[in-house]
Design a protein around this ligand. Structure first.
Ligand code: FAD
Ligand code: FES
Length: 283
């Protein structure tokens, strides 16, 4: 089912700042902010009224605050990539963006204190800072690992670093932090900090690698999957990926409705865009 709090609003841009290769954008969203949970996303209409870009673009919510001096706000971290994201990041303050949200599932927050490891790849770090704040406020220890291809693609705001107990940066080219892929350093970090739960967000390849480590080390792992989403509200089926249902049956399921946050053991990783053998309804 679609997130029951979802609705369509005109979200006014109150700030749009370039941070490295990303844009940190703040929107005035009124009381919608109160319903946003870490892991939720919004679907934004791009290009303006006469645009040929008819599909909405999905963006993970970086943070949402219900009570600020201007009311409810929502923050996004956007990488200018193709037509839609370049248009969005070029907009001035005061512009009203057509936004649908909050959408999708959110990260499950344990009722007891846990030692949590948050792992983000590229702009996948965006939703993790809001999650870190919620976990810290509950008294949990939070360690974070952020990886990207190069230093410019690490999104790690200064104030975000304050909301975690430790921050490890990795880059594929060694231009910042540890030289290598995020997953190479995880087993050591997990052991050193006695990690009890892993949360992750980033490219599917990275999520697959973390899922393998989590399964081997028997640590629960929730990840926010990122499959192309053309509608974000469960209508178009663009976003289906093979996932096990509650009875263990593999089905092609919509990641905008079942996810984006799912328990990693449900996902059939490395299916390479194909329908795995044994999938329900397979012809
Ligand atoms: C859950 C989720 C969270 C995301 N969070 C972020 C984030 O925090 N920051 C960020 O920068 N980006 C995020 N993205 C990526 C973002 O949605 C866009 O894909 C990205 O900004 C590129 O869009 P574009 O218009 O610039 O590029 P373009 O290449 O012009 O367009 C890409 C878009 O085209 C559509 N599309 C592409 N292929 C197909 C297809 N085969 N069928 C139907 N539609 C198609 C999709 O709507 C897709 O989003 C997220 C994506 C998802 C699914
Ligand atoms: S994006 Fe359309 S069904 Fe999921």
């Amino acid at each position: 089912m679609i997130n029951k709090h979802a609705r369509k609003i005109a979200a006014e841009i109150v700030s749009n700042k370039r941070v490295g290769t990303y844009h940190h954008m703040v929107f005035e969203v009124g009381d919608l902010a109160a319903f946003v949970r870490p892991g939720n996303f919004v679907a934004v209409s791009v290009g303006g009224e006469a645009s040929s870009m008819i599909l909405r673009r999905a963006f993970a919510v970086h943070r949402a605050s219900a009570k600020t001096h201007i009311g409810g706000i929502l923050e996004l971290v956007v990488a200018p990539h193709g037509g839609g994201s370049k248009w969005l990041t070029s907009l001035p303050n005061g512009f009203k963006v057509d936004m649908v949200g909050p959408l999708g599932t959110s990260f499950g927050i344990p009722t007891e204190n846990v030692r949590a490891l948050l792992v983000g790849g590229g702009y996948g770090s965006a939703p993790l800072f809001g999650l870190a704040e919620v976990l810290k406020n509950r008294g949990s220890r939070v360690d974070m690992v952020l990886g990207a291809s190069s230093a410019a693609k690490i999104y790690a705001p200064i104030e975000g670093k304050r909301s975690v107990n430790s921050m490890t940066i990795t880059t594929d080219d060694g231009s910042a932090g540890l030289h290598g892929r995020v997953s190479e350093f995880l087993p050591e970090i997990i052991e050193k900090n006695n990690i009890e739960v892993i949360y992750s967000c980033g490219p599917m390849g990275m999520l697959a690698a973390i899922s393998e480590i989590a399964a081997l080390m028997q640590i629960p792992h929730q990840c926010a999957v990122e499959e192309s989403m053309a509608c974000g509200i469960g209508v178009c089926m663009t976003c289906v990926i093979p996932m096990k249902d509650a009875d263990g049956v593999i089905k092609m399921q919509r990641s905008c409705i079942e996810g984006p946050v799912v328990s990693s053991e449900r996902v059939i990783w490395n299916s390479n865009g194909k329908i795995p053998a044994g999938t329900w309804g397979e012809l």
